[in-house]
Design a protein around this ligand. Structure first.
Ligand SMILES: [Zn+2]
Length: 461
């Protein structure tokens, strides 16, 4: 396990995710060395490099090699999206949910009015049927798996991969939160099988008073003089609720893994932390209120190591309010300096948004919000002053979580259009490390996949 990447410390930054760069990263002593060192690994690194060379041209053996290779940490993992569709169907059956056959989404029957429940399809069949039907109708089961994942998806007029991906989350959103411990267990099992040691899971906690807090939020145009006192009681209540839910999740997952028993699962050895998700597509008052609770929670509970903003960065509200969101993060960092910040930024591509929108999301995330990690960063080379920004990020040890598969699937950016080589060059201006070359070479081979889940395993450097 390598040393902290920056003096800012905390478990959050103790580990670098490792893919092909792991040999150097695991023995490095500073963040720039994590990326650039090729001398420090010694014989172990040499042996690993030779083993990699031996399988480089054989995709099946290469996959097997990478699967078993010690990987350190997974730092970009959205919990609900990392669960397989099959598990979601099982949970929906347990929860007695219905399937909406128009959208292949789960629906809680308690949310359906009697009139709605009687809706018919054009052929006269009921629109809503029990989720359990999925187990007796293979075609229906397949349609659900495809609806909740990128499996078999082919873009068509009006429905892009981007839209299908992001729409999937709402389709299984009716599954009860009580299953969250099961999801953590599932993801941890997969991590253990792949020889990982540390997981940071992004999750949106239950927040029953979010609406009240949002209503309390007044004009956000003068944050320098913003009065935080009215929020104190509500924030404390929200933090307590989130901590109680985390207790339940941890208890559930430890029970499932038999942690502490002689036959405990290997997953018990995986260190798990959480990152609090703030939905950036919501009204600004709600974003503020949820970010506020996230900062308070990340300051109060060591299990929550930071906050992140989620939902499509290219959405209308996300784009319109982006600068304000970065101001809000800066403001809340001032009140909660212990909380860490990782931000999805630059998850954009030409054609997805007007060209002007590619100007500066990463810059604002780094320079205004003080993000210590950037998720995706795909549009970096389209940003104004990108060379200076890359130098600053390298100097300040801002990490980039480069999510190769989702960038390919969601943004259509892969291969030579993908920016890791520029980021790597920025971090390693005078050397050309062997491990980074290997990573680059592997990029082209890891950019295609067809997982049966909406979020693919994300690997970052
Ligand atoms: Zn993400």
């Amino acid at each position: 396990m390598h040393k902290p990447c920056s003096s800012r410390g905390a478990a959050y930054f103790r580990l670098l995710i490792v893919s092909a760069v792991s040999f150097a990263a695991l023995s490095a002593s500073s963040c720039s060395d994590c990326l650039c060192s090729s001398e420090s690994g010694g014989r172990g690194e040499q042996a690993a490099s030779e083993a990699l060379d031996a399988v480089r041209s054989d995709p099946i053996r290469l996959r097997s090699f990478l699967f078993r290779m010690p990987k350190g940490a997974d730092l970009h993992n959205h919990l609900s999206g990392a669960v397989y569709a099959e598990s979601l169907i099982r949970a929906a059956v347990e929860d007695s949910l219905m399937i909406d056959l128009r959208s292949y989404a789960f629906v809680d029957p308690k949310q359906l009015t009697q009139e709605k429940a009687r809706d018919k399809l054009p052929d006269g069949q009921p629109r809503y049927i029990p989720a359990a039907k999925g187990y007796t109708d293979q075609g229906l089961f397949d349609a659900l798996v495809n609806s909740f994942s990128m499996r078999s998806f082919v873009p068509s007029a009006g429905i892009s991969s981007h839209d299908h991906f992001f729409d999937a989350f709402a389709k299984f959103g009716a599954v009860d939160r009580k299953h969250t411990g099961e999801w953590v267990d599932e993801v941890a099992k997969r991590a253990a099988a792949q020889n990982e040691q540390y997981l940071e899971l992004m999750q949106t906690p239950k927040l029953s008073n979010a609406e009240d807090l949002a209503k309390q939020t007044k004009a956000l145009d003068d944050l320098d003089h913003y009065d935080m006192k009215p929020f104190q009681v509500g924030v404390q209540k929200a933090v307590s609720e989130a901590q109680k839910e985390l207790d339940e999740i941890e208890t559930s997952r430890r029970l499932l893994a038999r942690c502490g028993a002689p036959d405990e699962s290997a997953t018990c050895k995986i260190e798990i932390r959480y990152i609090y998700q703030v939905p950036r597509g919501k009204p600004k008052e709600e974003v503020f209120a949820k970010a506020l609770v996230g900062f308070a929670l990340a300051s109060a509970d060591p299990r929550v190591v930071g906050i992140n903003f989620v939902m499509p960065e290219d959405g209308h509200t996300a784009l319109t309010d982006y600068e304000l969101h970065m101001h809000i993060v800066k403001f809340l960092r001032g009140h909660y300096p212990k909380a860490h910040v990782a931000l999805h930024a630059g998850e954009l591509a030409p054609g997805l948004v007007p060209g002007e929108e590619l100007c500066c999301h990463i810059q604002l995330a780094v320079e205004e919000a003080g993000a210590e990690r950037i998720g995706h960063g795909v549009d970096i080379m389209y940003e104004k002053n990108h060379d200076e920004l890359l130098k600053k990020m390298a100097a300040d040890h801002v990490m980039v979580e480069i999510n190769l598969s989702s960038n390919d699937l969601i943004l259509g950016v892969s291969g030579k259009d993908h920016p890791p080589r520029y980021i790597a060059d920025s971090a390693c201006p005078s050397r050309s490390p062997r491990t980074m070359k290997e990573f680059r070479a592997l990029i082209s081979r890891t950019s295609t996949c067809a997982p049966s889940k909406p979020t693919v395993f994300n690997t970052a450097i």
